[in-house]
Design a protein around this ligand. Structure first.
Ligand code: HCR
Length: 379
C-alpha cells in the first residue's frame, strides 16, 4: 500500500494536500496540511541546531592557524546538519510541517549556564525570515545569520532553496577579527507519496574565510551509483578555484574521512563522526510561565498542546486566534501610521560584510541583507 504511513482517516486529506502542492510555488506555510503531518514546534526554534554541537563550536577558537580554524568551522558546520535535517524524521518517523512563526516571535535559549547564548527573532512574516545569533563570549565566537525558504514543486518532490547566510566572527588573541561567510544547502523533500516525507540535501554550500580559504561542500543523495543518501564531498582550497589543501568525503549523518592528497592529514583519517562522537545537547529555555509574551513556546502553547494530545480542533482554534490577533495588530499599526518595530535585531540592508566575502565566492548579485542583534537587546 503506497500510502501506508498515512492514517486511514486522513488519506483523502493527504491526497488533497499533495494535489494542492502540485499547483503551488512560494512559501508552504500557508498550505493547510492534514493533522498527522503537523509539528508542535515553531520554525523559530530551528536555529538551536547550530548550537547543539557546542563543544565543536567552542573549539573553533582553539585552532592555531587559519587552516586549522577553517577545518574546525567546517567540522562544526557539518556536525550541525544531521540535527537540522534528519532529527525529526529519526525521532517521529517523518519530517513534519513546523509552525509558521509570527512577526516578532522570539526564541531565547542557552547552554552551559549561559556560556553559549542563542537569540532568535522572526524578522519578517511575508516572506518568513528568521534571524538568529549564537554567542560564546568566553571564546570570542559569534555566529549571526538569517534564513528564509523558497519552495517549488516538481517531479514528485518539494525543492526548498534556503535564502540567507550566516557570518561567523572570531576574535583572535591579537585582537583582530576573522570572519567566515557560510551559505546554506538546498533541500529536497522526498517520500511524499508514501506519507513519510524526509529531507536530503543537494547542490553546494560554501564557507568563505576572510583569510582567503574556501570550503566547498557538495551534497549528493542516493543515486544509481551510490546507494546511500546524505553524502558529501568537501574540499578546502586556497581561494574558490585555488590549489586544493584538503578533501573530505563521507556522509553528514555519519562518518567523514580525509581523502587522498590532504595536506598534513593521512588518507582515511576520521574528520568527523557525526553519529557517534559528537556531544550534542538540546538548548535550555525558561519554563513557559517565565517567558515573555513573544517567546515561541509560550505564544504557541495551546496549539502545541492540541497537536501533541491529538486534539486538533483545539489546536486549530488556538492557531486561528493567534493568527487573527496578529492580523489585527498589523492593521492597527497601519492605521496608527506606526509600523511594527523589531525588538531584538536591526536590519542591515545590502550588508557590506556579506558583500566583501561573497565577492570572493564570485556571487552575483553580491548583496544580501543581514540582521544584527541590537546592543540594547541585553543578550
Ligand atoms: C522545509 C522545512 C522548513 C524549513 C526547515 C529549515 C530549512 C529551516 C532552517 C533550519 O536551519 C534548517 C531547516 C530544516 C528543515 O529540514 C526545513 C523543513 C523541512 C520541512 C519544512 C517544510 C516547510 C514542511 C513541508 C511540509 C511537508 C512535510 C509535507
Amino acid at each position: 500500500d503506497e500510502a501506508s504511513s498515512v492514517p486511514a482517516a486522513q488519506k483523502s486529506g493527504w491526497g488533497q494536500f499533495l494535489k494542492s502542492l502540485a499547483s503551488f510555488s512560494g512559501d508552504l506555510s500557508g498550505l493547510t496540511a492534514p493533522p498527522f503531518i503537523l509539528s508542535p514546534t515553531s520554525l523559530s526554534e530551528f536555529p538551536s541546531y547550530w548550537g547543539e554541537p557546542k563543544d565543536l563550536f567552542a573549539a573553533i577558537a582553539d585552532g592555531a592557524t587559519p587552516e586549522e580554524r577553517q577545518l574546525r568551522v567546517t567540522r562544526w558546520f557539518l556536525a550541525t546538519l544531521s540535527g537540522q535535517f534528519t532529527r525529526r524524521e529519526k525521532e517521529t518517523g517523518s519530517e513534519k510541517k513546523p509552525l509558521n512563526p509570527f512577526l516578532g516571535e522570539q526564541f531565547l535559549g542557552e547552554w552551559d549556564n549561559g556560556d553559549l547564548v542563542l537569540t532568535v527573532e522572526q524578522v519578517s512574516h511575508h516572506p518568513p525570515i528568521t534571524a538568529y545569533r549564537l554567542e560564546n563570549k568566553k571564546k570570542g565566537i559569534v555566529w549571526e545569520g538569517n534564513c528564509a525558504q523558497k519552495t517549488s514543486f516538481s517531479a514528485r518532490q518539494i525543492s526548498v532553496k534556503q535564502v540567507g547566510h550566516g557570518l561567523l566572527k572570531l576574535k583572535l588573541a591579537d585582537g583582530s577579527t576573522e570572519t567566515y561567510l557560510v551559505t546554506l544547502p538546498q533541500l529536497k523533500i522526498e517520500g511524499l507519496w508514501t506519507g513519510r516525507p524526509y529531507v536530503d540535501l543537494t547542490d553546494v554550500s560554501y564557507i568563505q574565510g576572510s583569510h582567503g580559504l574556501t570550503t566547498t561542500v557538495k551534497y549528493s543523495g542516493a543515486g544509481w551509483i551510490s546507494g546511500s543518501s546524505h553524502r558529501h564531498t568537501t574540499t578546502i582550497t586556497s581561494g574558490l578555484n585555488g590549489p586544493k589543501l584538503y578533501e573530505i568525503t563521507g556522509t553528514w549523518t555519519g562518518e567523514s574521512k580525509f581523502a587522498k592528497h590532504s595536506k598534513d592529514k593521512k588518507e582515511g583519517e576520521v574528520f568527523l563522526d557525526a553519529d557517534e562522537h559528537v556531544e550534542r545537547e538540546r538548548v535550555s529555555v525558561k519554563p513557559v510561565e517565565a517567558q515573555n509574551e513573544f517567546e515561541s513556546r509560550r505564544a504557541w502553547k495551546a496549539v502545541a498542546d492540541g497537536i501533541r494530545s491529538g486534539d486538533y480542533d483545539a489546536a486549530s482554534t488556538a492557531k486561528g486566534a493567534l493568527e487573527n490577533s496578529e492580523r489585527q495588530k498589523r492593521k492597527d499599526e497601519q492605521a496608527a501610521g506606526a509600523p511594527f518595530q523589531l525588538r531584538l535585531f536591526d536590519h542591515v540592508p545590502n550588508d557590506p560584510e556579506y558583500a566583501q566575502l561573497a565577492a570572493l565566492l564570485k556571487f552575483k548579485p553580491e548583496t544580501e541583507d543581514s540582521w544584527r542583534l541590537k546592543p540594547s537587546a541585553g543578550r
